[in-house]
Design a protein around this ligand. Structure first.
Ligand SMILES: Cc1cc2nc3c(=O)[nH]c(=O)nc-3n(C[C@H](O)[C@H](O)[C@H](O)COP(=O)(O)OP(=O)(O)OC[C@H]3O[C@@H](n4cnc5c(N)ncnc54)[C@H](O)[C@@H]3O)c2cc1C
Length: 402
C-alpha cells in the first residue's frame, strides 16, 4: 500500500487550496441565494482564472484539454474543489457535464465528439442526463417506459422524465430510452440517444423545486415530456441496447466525484466547527473547545472523515487499476457511507454554531439543505446496502461459492 501523493498532484492540490481560500470562500455569499442565471458572469470570471492556472477540468486527460493527473489525482482534487458548492462549476467538473463528457469521449463517434463533446469541454454549452421517470421507480432503472422507435433514418422518442439535472438551459440531453423491447435481458433493452433540446417534441414542462437547490440553469431539475421527438439515428451514443453498460461506466467515476465532494464538505464543516469551538466563549475564560462533549464530536468527526476518505480512495484505486464493474461493491459501500457521514458532520457543525448555524450567514445551512439529496440520487442508501449485503450473503447462502 502506498499512501504518498506525487509531487505534481501535491502542487496542484496546494494551488487549488490557495485559490479556494483566496477567491472562492470569501465570495461565496455573493453566489449563494442567487439564481444560476445571476451567477453566470461570476462563474465566467472564476473559470477564466482557473484556466489561466491550467487547472480547468482536472477530470480530463491533457489531450481533451484537461489537467492530466489521472483518476486518483482527480479524486483528491474533488475533495478540495467540493469544499464549496460553486467549486465544481469554476473548475469545469460539475455534474452532469463531467459525466457526459466522459461517455462522449469513450463512446461517441467523431461527429458526436465534434458537435457535442468539444463545445461542452470548452464550457460553451450545457448538457443533461435524462433517465429517471415519474411513473416508475428510479431505483430500478431497467424499468423504463420511454421508447425510441425507428422511423426511416430517425428515432422517434416518446416518454416522460423528471429530475433531469441542468435541463434548464441545456443544449442537449442524453436520453435513456427503450430501443430493444423484445430483448430478454432487461439490461440490454435501453440505449442512450443525444437529443438537442431545440428538437420539436422536447418539452421542458417545469423546473422541479428541490430543497436547497437553486432551481434554474445548472441547479435545475427538469420534468420533461418527449412527444414524437425525432432525432437522426446517428445520434445513438455507443451501440444500440448498451445504455446500461454505458451508464455503469458513467456512474462509477461519477460516484467517486460525489463521494470525494462529500468528504470535502465534511472536512470544511469540521474545520469551521473547530474554529468556532476554539473562539466561542461560553463562560468566563472557557470556550466551547474546553467541553468534553464538543471534543468528542470533533474526534468522532475526524475519525469518520478519515475512514471515509480512505474507503473512497481505495474504490478509486480499484476503478483505476481494474474497472468500475469490478469495483461495484466498493462503489456501493462508499456511496451510502460518505453521504451519511457528511450529513452527520454538517449537523454537528450546525449544533456547535447554535443559532448562527441556522442562518445563512455561514455556509452550513446551505450544505444541510442542499446535501440531503445525496442519500437519494445516484442510488438511494437502501439500494446500495442491498447490493453490498447480497454479495456478502451469497457466500453463506451458496456454501462458500461466492
Ligand atoms: C437532486 C437530484 C438530482 C437528480 N438528478 C438526476 C439526473 O440528472 N438524471 C436522472 O435521470 N435522474 C436524476 N435524479 C433521480 C434519482 O436518480 C432518483 O431519484 C433515484 O434513483 C431514486 O429513484 P426514485 O426517486 O424514483 O425513488 P424510488 O425508486 O421510488 O425509491 C424510493 C425509496 O424506496 C427505497 N427503495 C427503493 N428501492 C429499494 C430496494 N430495492 N430495497 C429497499 N429500499 C428501496 C429507498 O429508500 C428509496 O429512497 C436526481 C434526483 C435528485 C433528488
Amino acid at each position: 500500500m502506498e499512501f504518498s501523493i506525487d509531487d505534481k498532484t501535491q502542487t496542484i492540490l496546494e494551488m487549488i487550496r490557495e485559490f479556494m481560500e483566496k477567491e472562492v470562500y470569501p465570495r461565496e455569499v455573493q453566489f449563494l441565494g442567487k439564481t444560476m442565471a445571476e451567477m453566470k458572469p461570476l462563474f465566467e470570471e472564476g473559470r477564466q482564472k482557473v484556466r489561466q492556472m491550467e487547472l480547468y477540468s482536472p477530470q480530463l486527460p491533457k489531450e481533451l484539454g484537461g489537467v492530466g493527473i489521472g483518476f486518483m489525482g482527480y479524486a483528491l482534487c474533488c475533495e478540495e474543489i467540493g469544499k464549496s458548492p460553486i467549486g465544481p462549476n469554476l473548475f469545469g467538473s460539475q455534474a452532469p457535464d463531467a459525466g457526459n463528457i466522459e461517455i462522449l469521449a469513450k463512446f461517441g463517434n467523431d461527429e458526436q465528439k465534434e458537435k457535442y463533446m468539444w463545445p461542452l469541454i470548452k464550457g460553451e454549452t450545457q448538457s443533461c442526463f435524462s433517465m429517471t421517470e415519474p411513473e416508475l421507480a428510479g431505483s430500478n432503472p431497467t424499468r423504463l417506459a420511454c421508447t425510441a422507435e425507428k422511423d426511416g433514418d430517425d428515432y422517434v422518442i416518446n416518454g416522460h422524465k423528471w429530475f433531469t439535472t441542468s435541463a434548464d438551459g441545456a443544449d442537449f440531453a442524453i436520453v435513456m430510452a427503450v430501443t430493444n423491447p423484445d430483448e430478454p435481458s432487461p439490461y440490454l433493452r435501453a440505449s442512450m440517444i443525444i437529443v438537442p433540446t431545440d428538437t420539436p417534441g422536447f418539452d421542458l414542462v417545469r423546473n422541479i423545486s428541490v430543497m436547497g437547490h437553486a432551481g434554474d440553469g445548472y441547479g435545475s431539475h427538469g420534468e420533461i415530456m418527449y412527444r414524437d421527438c425525432q432525432v437522426p439515428q446517428s445520434n445513438l451514443l455507443g451501440p444500440e441496447g448498451q445504455g446500461f453498460v454505458i451508464a455503469q461506466e458513467r456512474l462509477g467515476p461519477g460516484r467517486i466525484h460525489h463521494c470525494m465532494r462529500h468528504i470535502g464538505i465534511a472536512q470544511r464543516c469540521l474545520e469551521m466547527m473547530c474554529k468556532r469551538a476554539a473562539e466561542r466563549e461560553v463562560s468566563e475564560g472557557k470556550t466551547l473547545a474546553t467541553k468534553q462533549i464538543i471534543q468528542a464530536w470533533i474526534a468522532e468527526c475526524a475519525a469518520e472523515i478519515h475512514g471515509s476518505r480512505l474507503m473512497v480512495l481505495h474504490a478509486a484505486w480499484k476503478i483505476d487499476t481494474q474497472s468500475a464493474y469490478e469495483a461495484r461493491e466498493e462503489i456501493s459501500l462508499i456511496k451510502f457511507t460518505t453521504a451519511n457521514m457528511m450529513l452527520k458532520v454538517i449537523d454537528r457543525a450546525i449544533q456547535v454554531y447554535g443559532g448562527l448555524g441556522m442562518t445563512d450567514d455561514t455556509i452550513l445551512s446551505y450544505f444541510y439543505r442542499h446535501e440531503r439529496a445525496s442519500r437519494i440520487y445516484d442510488g438511494a442508501d437502501e439500494v446500495h446496502k442491498v447490493v453490498v449485503a447480497r454479495r456478502i450473503l451469497r457466500k453463506y447462502q451458496e456454501g462458500g461459492k461466492a
